[in-house]
Design a protein around this ligand. Structure first.
Ligand SMILES: Cc1ncc(COP(=O)(O)O)c(C=O)c1O
Length: 433
């Protein structure tokens, strides 16, 4: 069946060669017009926008006395675990007890790196076998995923094994099969709420299966659970994440879990509090290393944060203000994608209810072409492949879109260009068949 050539929603494989050529010419005219506009737009940055950052300007007006609840002078050295009120905040954020949290410095990514480095060098908490001495070391990486997680493993020389990311978390059949059949699997990366980049929230069943399989996994296996977007909902009725620590406790596998979080996308990016959470055994072991590399975290910043955010309710109120800024941006992107690409057979994308990103899958072989086309029209996209270990997307399909930083006007222009690039690349590919 052929379709009218001026129907932009015509499914790609319904168009005959003449219709495809005609559509290609139309799209190319639009594309060349964008090039003449001399755009300079950036959709790569998963950063808060200036108006989001301004929501936390009040941080500078609190805690002028510097004295914490227990009398600690936050301006001085000490307090390896962080202030007890900061640990409470982290406990609320991650759904654990305060004694299961250490409140650290400005970056959770640093804590993740240090945890893995220590496991590599000394063995994960509760063991005395360093990963580096236990033969080949492999790690499960749900894909697409967060490039910086992959970069840490690459740095340590740990081999990465892709597992598919589904709508409710990693494909648990693949995860179970890998762990059952390969004793060299040392861990798995998880971003359980609003995964980077797809924005998926792990289902209760996924968390339960992770906790259960951790119990029977080899003693050197650990779940790296990065809950960076724990409170980053766009609406009040967003899906809840099951309590991860409780699930692991239920199955007796809490020593296999280590969780992370931070205030980076709550207050100031890279200028707040980071958290590491785990069982007593896990934290005790980690602290043995911490006392070698630090005398204590920046407690002045911790106290300011606690006074500013107060508690979980305070954090939720604050996050509603972020949502007011972010929701129109996510809606705008979804509107353009669904108006121009829904049912067109040119790709599919996620529809996150929170977090910082969405994930677009083009037709196979086209992601890098789309990124290059967009660059040619002045729109920077995250390089194709960066959401995969070793920057190798085997099908060259995935593109991470980050709508948070640009203002609405810029975002509108950038997404229009993106859509035309997807259409142009898809039609050109169809013409070569
Ligand atoms: C999943 C995830 N984890 C961690 C981070 C960085 O966290 P931090 O600023 O606490 O190092 C990011 C930043 O984009 C992220 O997307």
């Amino acid at each position: 069946m052929t379709t009218m050539i001026d129907d932009p929603t015509a499914t790609l494989n319904q168009l005959n060669p003449e219709a495809l050529s005609s559509r290609e010419r139309e799209l190319n005219i639009q594309y060349q017009q964008f090039r003449l506009d001399n755009l300079s737009l950036d959709l790569t940055r998963g950063k808060p926008s200036p108006s989001q950052l301004a929501l936390s300007n009040g941080l500078d007006e609190v805690a002028s006395d510097f004295i914490a609840n227990d009398g600690t002078d936050t301006r001085n050295y000490g307090g390896l675990d962080g202030l007890s009120e900061a640990r409470q905040l982290g406990a609320d954020l991650l759904g654990v007890n305060p004694e299961e949290v250490i409140a650290g410095g400005n970056s959770s990514l640093t804590l993740m790196y240090l945890y893995l480095l220590n496991a590599w060098h000394y063995g994960p908490p509760g063991t005395t076998t360093p990963w580096r001495e236990a033969g080949p070391a492999r790690f499960l990486c749900p894909v697409p995923g967060y490039d910086r997680h992959f970069r840490i493993l690459e740095d340590l020389g740990i081999e990465m094994v892709n597992v598919a990311m589904e709508l409710d978390g990693p494909n648990m059949d693949q995860v179970e099969e890998q762990i059952e059949n390969d004793d060299s699997i040392r861990g798995i990366w998880c971003v359980p709420k609003y995964s980077n980049p797809g924005g998926q929230v792990y289902s209760d069943a996924t968390i339960d299966r992770l906790a259960r399989l951790s119990k029977s996994s080899n003693p050197l296996f650990r779940v790296m659970c990065d809950n960076a977007y724990a409170v980053h909902d766009l609406d009040d009725d967003c899906p809840d994440l099951a309590n991860v620590m409780d699930a692991f406790r239920l199955h007796g596998s809490e020593d296999k879990l280590v969780m992370f979080g931070s205030t980076s996308k709550i207050t100031r990016a890279g200028a707040g509090i980071s958290f590491i959470s785990g069982s007593r055994k896990t934290l005790h072991h980690f602290k043995e290393r911490m006392q070698v590399f630090t005398i204590g975290p920046d407690k002045v910043t911790q106290l300011r944060h606690v006074r500013f955010l107060r508690d979980l309710e305070g954090i939720k109120d604050h996050m509603r203000k972020h949502a007011q800024i972010l929701k129109p941006k996510f809606n705008l992107v979804q509107d353009h994608l669904s108006n121009e690409l829904e049912g067109a057979g040119m790709g599919e994308w996620t529809k996150p209810r929170g977090g910082y990103f969405l994930s677009f899958n083009s037709l196979p072989g086209l992601a890098s072409k789309i990124v290059a086309l967009a660059a040619g029209a002045g729109v920077k996209l995250t390089p194709a492949g960066s959401t995969f270990p070793y920057r190798r997307d085997p099908d060259d399909i995935n593109i991470r879109l980050a709508p948070t930083f640009p203002d609405l006007h810029e975002l509108d222009k950038a997404i229009k260009v993106f859509v035309v690039c997807v259409q142009l690349a898809s039609i050109r590919q169809a013409l070569t068949k």
